[in-house]
Design a protein around this ligand. Sequence first.
Ligand SMILES: NC(=O)c1ccc[n+]([C@@H]2O[C@H](COP(=O)([O-])OP(=O)(O)OC[C@H]3O[C@@H](n4cnc5c(N)ncnc54)[C@H](OP(=O)(O)O)[C@@H]3O)[C@@H](O)[C@H]2O)c1
Length: 440
Amino acid sequence: MAEPLKIGLAGLGTVGTAVVDLLERGRDKLIARCGRPIEVVAVGARSRSKKRSIDLKKFRWIADPAALAADPAIDVFVEVIGGAGDPARRAVETALAAGKPVVTANKALLARHGHRLAVLAERHQVALNFEASVAGGIPIVKTLRESLNGDAVTRIYGILNGTCNYILSRMERDRLAFADCLREAQRLGYAEADPSFDVEGHDTAQKLAILASLSFGTKIDEAAVFVEGISSITLADLDAAAELGYRVKLLGVAVRTEAGIEQRVHPTMVPKESAIAQVLGVTNAVTVDADGLAPITLVGPGAGGMATASAVVSDLADIARGVRTPPFGRPAARMSAIRRAPMQRHEGGYYIRLLARDRPGSAAAIARRLAQQQISIESIVQRQPAKTQSTAAPGRSGEPVPVILVTYATTEDAVRKALVAVRRDRVISGRPQVIRIEKN
Ligand SMILES: NC(=O)c1ccc[n+]([C@@H]2O[C@H](COP(=O)([O-])OP(=O)(O)OC[C@H]3O[C@@H](n4cnc5c(N)ncnc54)[C@H](OP(=O)(O)O)[C@@H]3O)[C@@H](O)[C@H]2O)c1
């Protein structure tokens, strides 16, 4: 049998221990597929004495990730530490510079330094594989990098954060408030103690930046992603969405427009019958639209040790077989700087929920401000104020009246300007809620 592929594994947390486990359990299958065994020979983490689910005695211990990456006894370096900075960055650079292929699950590192690392990998003619960095067990990186070569991707969008999808699904199904669902997600281990990275959309933004680069051949630009999270979403929004034929999802969307590439993360109303609307709980999904091809949707587990390890092992199998493709699907030198479409020029339908003050002329003033920005209204619903339901006609109680508007396609700029004017007119109380609508 051919020589084993020898792995140095930095990081023995959720993903690292699952990688060790999966390589051991899948050993025979991997030999059959790759023609050689894949063996972990050296490992490292912060603490050597920490209790772990794997037997460390079988491996050499090299605590310093960069020293592990440079170790002459390893053929491939696997980085599952995390974080955009050191030690992950220095270790990955060390491995690539030493001519060793790298497999990483680190979205933060790729979103920040992906292009530079791709250049380094190419210079040293080694693989840089990162299937696990986006949507865990869903093979979306490979799909974009290796399968859709002849097709021009026009749009890619997805549910890329299981925590947010869990919260929104649970709010809708069980009529719970955002804060209650978040607490539950934390109790179940789906959300971090500090959940803001997930619920404010930053985790999705890093993954989207990677997908956009693979889709459009542009250099990764995390800073070009517009980001808005789900913490302001209320049950009233989810109810209104259901009545209007939509569901609310936190989507990452990258789309080619005349103004450039738009990259945005925000709560989004998607048609209830769309494939992406059916994805509930912690599950992830990605839809790819390409010229001349009906949309492709991949659905599956977006996180968790085994799902993520499956992606890491798949990347290792490619290396064991001698497969090497440019990290972002084309030579790094052919990747262009992203022409960033400003968010103000985003075009689409909008859901707007306002609390109109109970005074004559409020509705007319709102309508006038929207008309001034050439915004056409597809539907408008005025609700009874919560406290006076069934006792008084809308607008007769002194309470602000909830008004829900859905617009035809307009621009972000027009909506923002109209709402600034509406607030200046003092005809509404509080901040308007705005949710963008994404059509299939
Ligand atoms: N968990 C998931 O479901 C998932 C899904 C997709 C992608 N990812 C990505 O996979 C990577 C790892 O995630 P994880 O969930 O496995 O994280 P984790 O459970 O927190 O494990 C991190 C590991 O890195 C080690 N480490 C931290 N700082 C170190 C340092 N300075 N030097 C050496 N080792 C260090 C830790 O050592 P100790 O054990 O000694 O503390 C630990 O073993 C991240 O990039 C993450 O974004 C995770």
